[in-house]
Design a protein around this ligand. Structure first.
Ligand SMILES: Nc1ncnc2c1ncn2[C@@H]1O[C@H](COP(=O)(O)OP(=O)(O)OP(=O)(O)O)[C@@H](O)[C@H]1O
Length: 265
């Protein structure tokens, strides 16, 4: 479904953020992208939706090379990629419902989007999504009245209302407490499973990645140094990805109540 072929990004500063990355993500697969700060995780996600322009290589979404798309093609294809951000990127003064519906702006014509007139089917879907993430009762609240976890749920609904093929998720839990982080990761992975949706989740927290995803890709200095199931992340592998550190404690996954649980299979 998504294929990266020799995807390379060298910034003007000379930083080689991605070095000829080859990666395939099948339909419906959720993978976590881990690696130390500066490894190239954000760059990879941003090169896929062209928020950052790749230097060379290909990024094929169902066979369409995103790297070669012109402005019109890119606008259309971006609808197929939902984005979830660390800082939620909500419009604070708008309601929860309006923020969710903003995910449809790329689909409605100029005047409809200017007047924020959305088809009833979009409104119905927004209610369904808010219900699914437990925020139906908050539809009319302003975004700035919400907690971090609630904001991220709105961000998830806004991405899903695009009905994307692929979710690109950039540090979804970095601003959240540990319990809320686990709830958000569980929600994202459950929704992907329900919808047969593929996702790349850029995440700092190795234990969280191990708990919820079946495949982990480890980046270091712009190269893939690990690609496998979470239980393949041995202390030795983690040292290869992150450098020296005591990993024994980190790889003991815990559930919402702090009890140790097994990694996702
Ligand atoms: N706009 C930019 N201009 C120049 N260099 C950049 C730019 N953005 C990122 N880099 C460099 O590219 C490399 C990869 O950065 P990137 O942000 O993709 O890493 P990351 O793994 O997402 O890190 P973090 O976990 O800290 O967000 C780093 O060396 C960084 O300094």
């Amino acid at each position: 479904m998504l294929q990266l072929k020799k995807l390379t990004k060298t910034y003007k500063t000379g930083d080689q953020a991605l070095k000829a990355i080859d990666l395939e993500v099948p339909k419906g697969q959720v993978l976590a992208l881990i690696g130390p700060s500066g490894a190239g995780k954000s760059t990879m996600i941003r090169c896929i939706n062209r928020l950052v322009e790749p230097t060379s290589g290909e990024a094929l979404l169902d066979g369409v090379d995103l790297v070669k798309l012109g402005a019109t093609g890119l606008r259309k294809t971006r609808r197929e990629m939902g984005m979830i951000f660390q800082e939620y990127a909500l419009v604070e003064r708008l309601t929860v419902m309006e923020n969710v519906l903003s995910g449809r702006l790329g689909f409605v014509g100029f005047w409809r989007s200017f007047l924020r007139r959305f088809p009833q089917s979009d409104v119905d879907e927004a209610f369904r999504l808010l219900d699914r993430v437990g925020l139906l009762h908050m539809a009319d609240k302003r975004a700035d009245e919400l907690s971090g976890g609630q904001r991220q749920r709105v961000g998830i609904c806004r991405a899903l209302i695009q009905n994307p093929k692929l979710l690109l998720v950039d540090e979804p839990t970095a601003s959240l407490d540990p319990k809320t982080s686990r709830q958000i990761m569980r929600l994202i992975t459950e929704l992907c499973r329900e919808r047969g949706l593929a996702a790349i989740i850029n995440i700092h927290d190795v234990a969280l990645a191990q708990m919820f995803v079946p495949r982990v890709v480890g980046l270091r200095f712009g190269e893939i140094v690990f690609d496998g199931p979470p239980n393949g992340l041995t202390p030795g592998k983690l040292t290869e990805i992150y450098g020296e550190e005591d990993w024994e404690a980190t790889i003991e996954a815990v559930d919402d109540n702090g009890n140790e649980i097994e990694a996702a299979q």
